[in-house]
Design a protein around this ligand. Structure first.
Ligand code: FES
Length: 376
């Protein structure tokens, strides 16, 4: 077998790792437990750089943990932990005259085992449930409360009224997701390491299919024709639950960045924004910006707002006023009517002809700079 000199022994002190280029491949070198070993650098999951991973003694030897989503490999044998069947490529190592050599070809080839993802196959394969005649309206309530001590929520009540009206007046199919009831993990920022680390379906959903966002992905991406999102105003912004959800939708927008693939097709969004004090336009603006970046279409006049001004510190009267507001009764219906009319018009829009004028990976000012640690 041919060997190639890759670095000096002194460049890989004990308890360290290093990524080197070997022809067109990158190889991760490890020096742990008094031994030097070499694995292919590209993780078998999404090609995360194994040479940047933490190494620890566990199971039956030393294992490296992929820094992107945590897959593990024995740094000597390349095998996955007991119970898994992935095999990372392994290179032979030779030390000669204080230099490290590795085999030009892997002594053991990489093999990715089958991972059963059938539980989220509908998301992977994007099995859309909308039809030319469907009228599926998803309400998302972003208010938070202790359901053991329920209180009246103006945003959620308005949303419920809107869904009931859509069902009764237009024969729409409706669903309500209350974000507070769908325990879900916060976005863990995989995108910050590499755009390819933010995957569709979300890597958290892949790791933990019962995470609460899995159902929201299904309902929003595959099922809904219209999304009605209701939020209270908290310190001048949408609720923290809204932002927690929005961060987890990065994986939807990111498909445009890395694959020019728009997951949201022919869907309408509108917003219900309520608060004792004000900032409705700022909240609506933020949400419109985010939802248009996902690919949603808005009807003219795509939000309704309710607030009572800067000095409205009498929140008990806020609810009284809201309940008897004819403005609320009227605008709830108008926003639903507007959504359905817009949906009717865009139903047959050729979404494949709609281009997303968003930056793609090649638009980066550093697109031509090679990161020596990354595999792509
Ligand atoms: S665990 Fe390595 S890329 Fe996902």
């Amino acid at each position: 077998m041919n060997f190639a000199k890759v670095c000096r022994l002194s460049e890989l002190p004990p308890n360290s790792r290093k990524i080197i280029q070997l022809g067109v491949h990158k190889v991760a070198l490890f020096h742990y437990g008094g031994e030097i070993t070499a694995l292919g650098n590209a993780c078998l999951h999404k090609a995360g750089p194994l040479g940047l991973g933490e190494v620890a003694e566990k199971y039956d030897g030393y294992y490296v943990t992929c820094p992107w989503h945590g897959w593990e490999y024995n740094i000597k044998t390349g095998s996955a932990p007991p119970g898994f069947h992935d095999q990372q490529s392994v290179y032979e190592v030779m030390i000669k005259d204080e230099d490290i050599y590795i085999s030009a070809q892997p002594a053991t080839k990489a093999h990715r085992a089958l991972h059963d993802l059938s539980i989220i196959e509908d998301l992977i394969k994007l099995k859309y449930e909308t039809t030319p005649v469907s009228k599926n309206i998803l309400g998302i309530s972003a208010t938070n409360m202790n359901d053991d001590l329920p209180r009246y929520s103006t945003s959620e009540s308005a949303l419920q009224m809107a869904l009931s009206y859509a069902e009764e007046k237009h024969g729409a199919s409706v669903k309500m997701i209350k974000l507070r009831e769908h325990g879900f993990r916060a976005c863990e920022g995989y995108y910050s390491q590499h755009m390819n680390a933010c995957t569709w379906p979300c890597s958290i959903t892949e790791m933990q299919p019962d995470d609460g966002m899995t159902q929201l992905y299904r309902d929003m991406i595959l099922w809904a024709d219209i999304v009605l999102l209701a939020t209270p105003i908290r310190w001048g912004n949408a609720s923290s639950l809204y932002f927690k959800m929005a961060e987890r939708l990065n994986c939807v927008q990111n498909q445009i960045t890395i694959k020019d693939r728009v997951l949201i097709k022919n869907k309408v969004a509108s917003f219900i924004i309520t608060g004792g004090q004000d900032n409705i336009q700022q909240v609506a603006g933020q949400m419109m910006c985010f939802f248009t970046d996902l690919g949603f279409t808005f009807p003219p006049f795509s939000f309704l707002g309710w607030s009572r001004g800067w000095t409205a510190e009498d929140m008990d009267k806020n609810v009284l006023q809201f309940k008897k507001s004819e403005y609320i009764q009227r605008t709830i219906k108008e926003i639903v009517d507007n959504c359905l009319e817009t949906m009717r018009q865009i139903k047959n829009m050729h979404s494949e002809k709609i281009k997303a004028p968003n930056p793609h990976r090649q638009d980066s000012f550093s697109a031509d700079i090679v990161n020596p640690d990354m595999n792509m």
